[in-house]
Design a protein around this ligand. Structure first.
Ligand code: MD3
Ligand code: FE
Length: 204
């Protein structure tokens, strides 16, 4: 289905630079309210990536499956609101990519310490596949790999560095993708970690 190589993504190198200080402050606030935690997979494993969310709904995983939830299962409370600077950056990127109406209702915050990875998967827990996904990379670099609709499709590697913002077009919504294990290193602002913000429209 995809023409190769993968083309329906819009890569804005360093677009987050002007927002970094404010983003880091807000990540601190969100993670104080709803802490980063390593969720369980339905298969009973603990994910290597630590996660939390902000927005109207958040992505959660436990023994009963993957889903979006309006409440943080750890606190029993609503997820923290999406900080205005998050929205501002996501809509700047989406607009540049040709999606001026993108209005995310969920932001997943992924924290990768050295060695953490995200195995090949599809994102299919959302109700709205017509919206793109916007991702913001902070801290240590990562190798993102993306294929097509089948797990066995050829993968293309895309490096993601601090400050990069990528808009993944809707034709990639169901493409398999992964993050290779993060190499141990030190980032001058974030130390030994990579943080990824993934903005999605999860509800109709
Ligand atoms: C392309 N996160 O949280 S973000 C995830 O860097 C996830 O933490 C990665 O995959 C990370 O599910 C990648 C970029 C991304 C997210 C979802 C996509 C790219 C995508 C779904 C379809 C195609
Ligand atoms: Fe994903």
């Amino acid at each position: 289905r995809l023409s190769e190589p993968v083309t329906d993504f819009h890569y804005f190198s360093g677009l987050a630079f002007d927002f970094i200080d404010e983003l880091l402050l807000e990540i601190d606030r969100v993670t104080k309210e709803s802490p980063l935690r390593q969720m369980q997979t339905p298969g009973g494993y603990q994910m290597s990536v630590a996660m939390t969310n902000c927005g109207e709904v958040g992505w959660v995983s436990d023994k009963s499956g993957y889903r979006y939830s309006a409440l943080d299962p750890l606190t029993g409370l609503a997820w923290p609101q999406m900080p205005p600077v998050f929205r501002q950056l996501a809509s700047l990127a989406a607009t540049k990519a040709g999606y001026p109406l993108f209005s995310p209702d969920a932001c997943l915050i992924n924290q990768y310490l050295p060695g953490a990875k995200m195995s090949l998967h599809q994102d299919k827990d959302e109700n709205d596949f017509s919206a793109p996904i916007v991702s913001v990379s902070l801290g240590l670099s990562a190798v993102f790999k993306i294929g097509d609709m089948k797990r066995s499709d050829k993968l293309f590697s895309i490096p993601l560095h601090h400050g990069d913002v990528v808009v993944w077009g809707k034709s990639l919504r169901l493409a398999y993708h992964s993050i290779s294990p993060i190499k141990s290193d030190n980032h001058p602002l974030l130390g030994q970690q990579r943080i990824n913000l993934t903005f999605r429209k999860a509800s109709f």
